[in-house]
Ligand binder design. Structure first.
Ligand code: PHE
Length: 369
């Protein structure tokens, strides 16, 4: 059995000195593999007399365990060392300035989002955010659109199952919100008037062409107080479009429209000039529709827990992507979401050009684009 002790010392010392995981594996094979030294000894057990067989068998099992734990300890140590070495050699200094050609760009939708928040922020609006997955109460019912209301068909809704195991049930199912208007209700539930919020976010409808994508962005606006009127709505939106398009004057008009959650309802157009090659905003005899709005319907106030005899307000909804297309002359909405780096280089914005009402919204005169 002296031999066994020698063998053990030999193998353990080889393990200790193994320079890398590959060498360690070779040692494992040479000891415990099909033709390994320990395996051969195990095979020889059968030829030993009975009492020696038991004795040697036990020793060999102990030896095997010792080797295995030495192998695994060494493996851990080698792997940790390898990782540390890698971490040390592959570290980057994130404080180094980046080469301009490699600098990331801000997506036009993010830019527009910032601009809209800057404008309404300065008017005293808070930003409210809510879930993309919405229940039908907030997306429809509370907005004066009960089940089977024809207006539900105005929007091609994506429905989500309410349970992973039960069969699909239209009445219980969730939706991915078709508009941000559900945030009107969520806001009324969360705070008492006076209310002055915008709610920007993603919205979803089953639609796909040059001006529609299944996921798009909207900003909802909601103002509620005791004396809020249509005149406030008009003034607020007029100030918004002037600030947004960075123009001193801009013709606007309101066309009567229909939304179940506002009464009266309107669509706002801005004046523009359309030529074959160009779209100029703020001049000419053409009109562009840019948003939907109206006075909050009494039923909606009630659903939000607000007394319509005491309070009234206005709401509006704007498509952010459409604003980006108009302001920055981007022709096809689908390209927004193709993650094409060349597109982003062309239409994106420099990361440090923050939008603000005092420092400039789009920084168009600067080095932005
Ligand atoms: N939710 C409407 C839409 O998606 C827009 C809207 C919002 C209209 C608020 C009026 C008031 O088309």
């Amino acid at each position: 059995m002296e031999n066994l002790e020698n063998l053990k010392q030999q193998i353990l010392s080889n393990i200790q000195q193994a320079p890398d995981v590959k060498a360690l594996d070779e040692i494992r094979v040479s000891a415990m593999g099909k033709k390994g030294a320990v395996t051969e000894l195990m095979k020889g057990l059968g030829a030993l007399p009975q009492d020696e067989k038991i004795e040697t068998g036990k020793k060999l099992n102990v030896l095997k365990q010792e080797i295995e734990s030495a192998l695994s300890a060494r493996k851990d140590a080698l792997e940790t060392a390898e990782l540390n070495q890698k971490l040390a050699s592959e570290s980057v200094d994130v404080t180094l300035p980046i080469r301009p050609e490699n600098q990331g760009r801000i997506h036009p939708v993010s830019k527009i989002y910032e601009e809209v928040v800057a404008i309404f922020g300065q008017m005293g609006f808070d930003v409210a955010e809510g879930p993309d997955i919405e229940d039908q109460f907030h997306n429809f019912n509370a907005l004066n659109m009960p089940a089977n209301h024809p207006a539900r068909q105005m929007q091609d809704t994506f429905y989500l199952p309410h349970s992973a195991t039960e069969p699909f049930d239209m009445d219980k199912s969730y939706v991915i919100r078709t508009h941000t208007s559900g945030m009107q209700i969520r806001t009324m539930e969360a705070q008492k008037p006076p209310i002055r919020i915008i709610a920007p976010g993603r919205t979803y409808r089953s639609d796909y062409d040059a001006t529609h994508t299944p996921m798009f962005h909207q900003v909802e606006g909601l103002v509620i107080d005791k004396t809020t009127t249509l005149a406030h709505l008009k003034g607020c939106l007029y100030d918004f479009v002037k600030a947004f398009f960075e123009l001193d004057e801009i013709p606007v008009r309101y066309r009567p429209s229909y939304f179940p959650f506002t009464e009266p309802s309107a669509e706002m157009d801005i004046g523009c000039l359309k030529t074959k090659t160009e779209l100029k905003i703020g001049a000419g005899n053409d009109w562009l529709e840019i948003l939907g709005c109206g006075m909050v319907h009494p039923n909606v106030l009630k659903a939000g827990g607000i007394d319509p005899d005491e309070y009234q307000g206005f709401a509006f909804g704007v498509g952010l992507d459409r604003l980006a297309m108009l302001k920055y002359g981007i022709p096809d909405l689908r390209t927004f979401f193709e993650s094409d780096v060349r597109w982003l280089k062309n239409y994106g914005f420099a990361p440090l050009d923050f939008s603000s009402m005092t420092g400039g919204l789009s920084n168009n005169g600067g080095q932005t684009r």
